[in-house]
Structures are given as structure tokens and as C-alpha cells.
Design a protein around this ligand. Structure first.
Ligand code: GLU
Length: 281
């Protein structure tokens, strides 16, 4: 039985792109007699707001989307992320790094899906682990597990290429996790069998597949859905001025009608659905 999820980060309001993601995951669960979960990815430090969580839940209810189990919060799972981090350290796969964004940008070894690729500066150095971020030694990790595959139910079988990210951060400064580590661990903990999310996160799945192999986690199937985009092809974002779901709710719109419109592809003027793999520039 399929178990899938919607996993918003409470650092802004939900916009129509989020509503589309939530409707997609919810409808997959409902149409297959499965389970729809809600996970709050609230480990983004000062950017996470408790009010946003209440707002998200009201938004989802207004859209007619009910989740089946108690919502889970990443902020309550830091100990399990830390334990996985220790395990990866014990395997000799992580190294501490104090490089700043600008140092990395200057020496970058090309560009990956998340921006400049880390040039590996701290890998050879004797770095003080106190207050450091911890990066994965990608080459070593890949050599350890060998070739990996994963399946996106829309795009078909994929060969995992986590090296496109270079040595990504798995434990951030002052946090025993990063998005990649936390999301991968949570999907395993919550028994998620189908990871439903936008195409913008398609490349991230290469890293998640690697982490599953390293940490002996079950391997789900993925469903990366199309994205709602602005006329210039960029992913919708609140900062570009589109009305949030909460704005629409408070203005007295009909939420279930909005969800139905998203299902049918009846989108507001200027917004369209794109199946292009999206990279923020
Ligand atoms: N929290 C992520 C976001 O809001 C989604 C993560 C995921 O679905 O894996 O974009």
C-alpha cells in the first residue's frame, strides 16, 4: 500500500506551487487506497516559524486535503539525525569544513544543482571540528557502495549520479542534519514508499539514494511532479508576488474549487505547468 507525503518548510506561506504539490501527493494516496502524510521540515533555524505551521494546516484543510496520521516535525527528530551523522563519521565518510560561501564561490569546481560545487579544500586539511559543517566525501562514498539505481514512476529507471553535487554538506553548522539527510531519514522512519515532490528536487534524489545505500535504509519509488511556473519559466515563489494560499483563503475564495482547478490544469493567468527540470539561477 502506498505511503506518500507532503513535506513543506515553514519559512514562508504556501503558494500555488505548494498547493499543487499537496494535491498531487494527496490524490496519489487516495486513488491508490494509500496513506497521505504531512511532515513539517522545520529545521531551518530562524527561518522556521511556528505560525506558519498553523497556517499550513488551515490551508490544507481549506483545500480539502486531510492527512492520515499525526503530522511529524523534523525539529523533534534531531537525535536520530545526529546518530546517522555519527555513523557516517565512523565510516570515515564525512569531513569538517569551515569554508564560507564566498570562499567556495571563488574556488568552485563547477556548478551543481544547488550552486557552486565545493572544491574539496578542507578534505586535505586538519580542520577543527568544533562548529564546523560536515561534508560527505562523495568519491569515497560512491566507491564504497558501487553503482546505484532508483525509479521515478514518471521518468523511469535512473542511474544515481550524486557526484553532480560534489561534497555536499550533510550536517550543517549548529545543526546535526541538512535537508538531504533529514528528508532521507524521515522517509525511511515514516515508511514512505513513494516520495512525491516537485521536479526541482529530482537531482536531490541521487544523493538520497546514496544515503539509503550507506545507511541501509529501504529504497522507495519517487514521483517528481511538474512545477507551476511563471511566464519566464521560473518556479512560482511567494517573493515574486503571487498570492499565497492563505491570502486566497482569507479573501473568501473556495478552497475546494481551487484544488479542483489545480487538478484540471485550470491555472490563473500567467501561470503554467512545466515539465522542464528546473534550476534556480
Ligand atoms: N521541504 C521541501 C520543500 O518545501 C520539500 C522536501 C521534499 O519533499 O523532500 O521544498
Amino acid at each position: 500500500m502506498v505511503r506518500t507525503r507532503f513535506a513543506p518548510s515553514p519559512n514562508g506561506s504556501l503558494h500555488l506551487g505548494h498547493a499543487y504539490a499537496a494535491v498531487t501527493a494527496h490524490d496519489i494516496a487516495r486513488s491508490r487506497g494509500g496513506t497521505f502524510l504531512l511532515r513539517i521540515e522545520d529545521i531551518d533555524g530562524e527561518r522556521s516559524r511556528a505560525e506558519a505551521v498553523t497556517e499550513f494546516m488551515e490551508d490544507l484543510a481549506w483545500l480539502g486535503l486531510a492527512w492520515d496520521e499525526k503530522a511529524v516535525f523534523q525539529s523533534q527528530r534531531l537525535a536520530s539525525y545526529a546518530a546517522a551523522g555519527e555513523r557516517l563519521k565512523d565510516m570515515g565518510l564525512l569531513y569538517p569544513c569551515h569554508c564560507t560561501r564566498s570562499e567556495i564561490a571563488e574556488a568552485a569546481a563547477g556548478r551543481g544543482p544547488d550552486g557552486p560545487i565545493y572544491p574539496g579544500t578542507c578534505k586535505q586539511r586538519d580542520v577543527d571540528p568544533a562548529g564546523a559543517a560536515w561534508r560527505i566525501d562523495m568519491e569515497r562514498a560512491i566507491t564504497l557502495v558501487g553503482p546505484l539505481h532508483w525509479i521515478d514512476e514518471r521518468a523511469g529507471p535512473q542511474l544515481a549520479t550524486p557526484q553532480i553535487f560534489g561534497d555536499v554538506v550533510l550536517l550543517r553548522k549548529n545543526l546535526p542534519a541538512s535537508y538531504h539527510l533529514a528528508a532521507t531519514l524521515d522517509d525511511a522512519t515514516d515508511g514512505v514508499t513513494l516520495v512525491t515532490r516537485g521536479l526541482d528536487l529530482f537531482p536531490a534524489s541521487h544523493v538520497h539514494r546514496l544515503l539509503q545505500a550507506l545507511l541501509d535504509l529501504p529504497v522507495p519509488t519517487w514521483h517528481h511532479h511538474d512545477l507551476l511556473v511563471e511566464p519566464d519559466g521560473r518556479k512560482l515563489a511567494k517573493r515574486r508576488g503571487t498570492a499565497s494560499v492563505a491570502d486566497r483563503r482569507r479573501a473568501g475564495e473556495d478552497g475546494k474549487a481551487l484544488a479542483a482547478a489545480l487538478r484540471d490544469g485550470r491555472l490563473p493567468a500567467g501561470i503554467s505547468v512545466s515539465n522542464a527540470l528546473h534550476h534556480e539561477t
